[in-house]
Design a protein. Structure first.
Length: 89
């Protein structure tokens, strides 16, 4: 797999910016997860798991006990759709 681009949805980017203002250590954790996901989209840090039902085709990695990074992987990109809370659509 070639190096993947990172793409944020508008909502996920807004959540990232909120974390940046509120909690720098959380941003470091998110950045670490994103870097790891580029190398290991379906394994590695954050206990990755495939999602089901409305989010079938997406994956989740734990940021911490309360928050998840939800993302999809294509041939060229990792699309991040969520960086706060558990799964929402």
């Amino acid at each position: 797999m070639n190096k993947l681009n990172i793409v944020f949805t508008a909502d996920a980017w807004e959540e990232y910016l909120e974390w940046k203002k509120a909690n720098r250590s959380m941003v470091k954790r998110i950045d670490k997860l994103i870097s790891d996901t580029i190398r290991h989209p379906f394994s590695g840090l954050g206990k990755p798991e495939p999602l089901q039902h409305d989010l079938q085709g997406f994956w989740s990695k734990k940021i911490n006990d309360e928050h998840r990074m939800v993302y999809a992987v294509t041939e060229t990109a990792i699309q991040i759709i969520q960086l706060k809370y558990h799964y929402h659509k």
